[in-house]
Ligand binder design. Structure first.
Ligand code: DHB
Ligand code: FE
Length: 284
């Protein structure tokens, strides 16, 4: 059977992608950000997944106000990096895993979560920047990736509790797939940031670190954070953090298994307009 071996959490700041693509990683502004991912790149080499289930949000790139799926699973064979206004990032195309994605869709929809099935879409920085942070700059991504897009852009957005429960359903789906695959689940976005309005530039280190503490040790409490707290405390775009709860809900301890091991924790301010947060939790 397939297994979720680890969960990875990371911000997806688009300027991080630009810094990488333009060879600026050693500049004084960016060096501490990329240094925070040195461990992750080594860890991925030592613990290579067969498949990454990558929870991210589309930023009005593949979807628009014409169509707003709350949860969308990429079941296609491949996904091209999107043109976000400056041309597509010069990164490899993303190879999907249609069989596992279709199985997860079947299982999760029968478990009462309404997913939108997407056979064709381009993927933006929400997905490609985490791949670059974790895998560096390879000729091809080292494994297939199942894109899982969550609407955190256009209201109404899903609650943290619903995301957490969806994570549980995803774990059940993966564990009922009849092939011994090592699957990592990644939750991306955040941490505190607000890109518009009077509070543009908001960062809340204290709240972000309390969120990381809760996510690691008291995920039930993290899942109970009401929507308004994200917006008030972490800014309008801080709501991206509900996607981390999907990955956390998919860990074994939520289903009564042993607590995961914290392999890495990193927090840095600023990167562009954002506080960067990053965790690796390993299942036993
Ligand atoms: C920024 C961060 C984001 O998460 C995003 O999607 C766009 C911009 C920023 O920090 O500039
Ligand atoms: Fe974003």
């Amino acid at each position: 059977m397939a297994r979720i071996t680890a969960s990875v959490y990371t911000s997806h700041v688009p300027a991080v992608g630009a810094a990488l693509d333009l060879g600026k990683t050693q500049e004084p502004y960016w060096q501490p950000v990329f240094h925070g991912y040195d461990f992750a790149k080594q860890w991925e080499k030592e613990n290579p997944p067969d498949v990454v289930f990558l929870v991210y949000n589309d930023h009005a790139t593949a979807f628009s106000l014409d169509m707003i799926p709350t949860f969308a699973i990429g079941t296609g064979a491949e996904f091209m990096p999107a043109d976000e206004g400056w041309g597509p990032r010069p990164v490899p195309k993303v190879i999907g895993h249609p069989e596992l994605a279709a199985h997860i869709a079947q299982s999760v929809i029968q478990d009462d979560f309404d997913l939108t099935i997407v056979n064709r879409m381009d993927v933006d920085h929400g997905l490609t920047v985490p791949l670059s942070l974790m895998f560096g700059q390879p000729e091809a991504w080292p494994c297939p990736v199942i894109p899982f897009a969550v609407n955190v852009v256009q209201y109404p957005v899903p609650s943290g509790r619903r995301c957490f429960n969806l994570g549980k359903a995803i774990r059940k789906a993966v564990e009922s797939y009849d092939e011994p695959l090592n699957v990592q689940i990644w939750g991306t976005g955040g941490m505190s940031h607000q890109l518009q309005g009077q509070r543009a530039g908001l960062i809340n280190r204290e709240w972000d670190n309390a969120f990381l503490d809760k996510l690691i040790d008291d995920p039930e409490a993290a899942a109970s954070i009401p929507h308004i707290d994200y917006v008030r405390e972490a800014g309008s775009e801080g709501i991206e953090l509900v996607m981390w709860l999907i990955a956390r809900g998919a860990m074994s301890d939520i289903g009564g298994g042993p607590k995961p091991t914290l392999r890495h924790r990193f927090y840095h301010v600023p990167a562009s307009n954002t506080a960067v947060g990053h965790l690796i939790l390993e299942n036993h």
